[in-house]
Design a protein around this ligand. Structure first.
Ligand code: ZN
Length: 136
């Protein structure tokens, strides 16, 4: 449960992060904001590249920024997409590594929330650390 003032702050942070999207190839500008268990917010924007596969989604930029600064537990991730588009499978998997109980909230550039769902619903039967150890 994310209280409304905090939820609004996350949406706004993701909207502001989207302003820094480097998405000239696709034109699909995305911003993300992840909320740590400690209450901090880390943001990211998608960063594309002329070598297309090298680009990175806004969600992973936000998560990697947080993890690289020592924060590994997350309560929620807000993503702002042009049309309410969902986080891709790769981002769901990356978030699962750190926060299987996170809430995903999808909003548009005007700040309207289109939908939200627990990560567990968005990534059924995920691959996790236990799969590596059980397979040896
Ligand atoms: Zn993604």
């Amino acid at each position: 449960m994310i209280p409304e003032p905090l939820r609004a702050s996350l949406v706004q942070a993701a909207r502001e992060a989207r302003e820094h999207a480097y998405a000239g190839y696709s034109g699909y500008r995305v911003g993300a904001a992840v909320l740590t268990e400690e209450g901090l917010i880390f943001t990211g924007a998608n960063v594309e590249n002329a070598v297309y596969p090298l680009g990175l989604c806004a969600e992973r930029v936000a998560v990697f920024k947080a993890v690289s600064e020592g924060y590994r537990a997350f309560r929620a991730l807000v993503v702002v997409t042009p049309n309410g588009g969902a986080p891709c499978g790769s981002c769901r998997q990356v978030l699962w590594e750190f926060a299987p109980d996170a809430l995903i909230i999808v909003a548009d550039p005007q700040g309207r929330v289109h939908w939200e769902a627990p990560l567990r619903e968005l990534l059924p039967r995920p691959f996790g650390a236990a799969d590596l150890t059980n397979g040896r």
